[in-house]
Design a protein around this ligand. Structure first.
Ligand code: HEC
Length: 183
């Protein structure tokens, strides 16, 4: 009886030992598999890093060219350059100049009123009260409208009202387009 029991015991011990060994093998295999997977994963991420690097190089190559081609357009305005304005409509600008009362002080035929005439203003030299001269480009006219006392025209009093509260980008662009058309 005890002999049988012993045999059973040793048999079960053996079975337990065998299953332990099997578990160890399985564990070792699992480690090996995961190690291999990690290696392959490293290889994969290595290639994807390369792809990313190439993509980044390509991506950075694209934005570098627009600023270099775009800056010549943006730089003439310099630091005082206004936000890129929408396309101006001279007809709407003409209507605005009337409705806002600009034409009470600005003629369009060259005659001097309270303010300088708008005729031939665009693209021409303007003498300022501080003795400097500047070219009346879009940036200058934009500033003249939105911040009238920043650059006062020589020979005129700084009495132009500030209309910036009644204007938005589109309206300023329209007014500039109208002034530009008065050559
Ligand atoms: C009460 C009179 C008055 C009104 C109204 C007025 N301005 Fe003027 N504006 C002036 C005077 C004076 C100057 C010159 C002094 C200065 O630069 O501030 C001037 C200058 C300007 C200049 C620069 C002209 C130049 O020869 O360099 C522009 C552009 C201009 N005004 C646009 C406008 C616009 C657009 C409006 C309407 C939204 C307007 N003004 C309304 C009096 C006026």
């Amino acid at each position: 009886m005890s002999e049988i029991q012993g045999k059973v015991d040793s048999a079960s011990r053996l079975r337990r030992a065998r299953s332990l060994a099997l578990m160890a093998i399985v564990a070792a295999l699992l480690m090996l598999v995961s190690l291999l997977a990690a290696c392959t994963g490293n290889d994969d991420s290595g290639t994807s890093h390369e792809t990313l690097a190439t993509m980044e190089a390509r991506r950075s190559a694209v934005p570098t060219s627009p600023p270099s081609t775009g800056s010549p357009e943006a730089s003439p305005g310099g630091e005082s350059s206004p936000v890129a304005l929408p396309e101006g409509n001279a007809e709407n600008g003409k209507a605005l100049a009337t409705s806002l009362g600009c034409v009470a002080c600005h003629s369009t035929d060259g005659s001097k009123l309270t303010g300088p005439s708008w005729k031939g203003l665009y693209g021409h030299e303007v003498k300022l009260a501080d003795g400097s001269t500047t070219t009346a480009d879009e940036t200058y006219i934009h500033t003249a409208i939105m911040d009238p006392n920043k650059q006062v025209v020589d020979g005129f009093s700084p009495i132009m009202p500030n209309f910036s509260a009644q204007l938005d980008d589109q309206k300023v662009a329209d007014l500039i387009a109208y002034i530009k058309s008065l050559q």
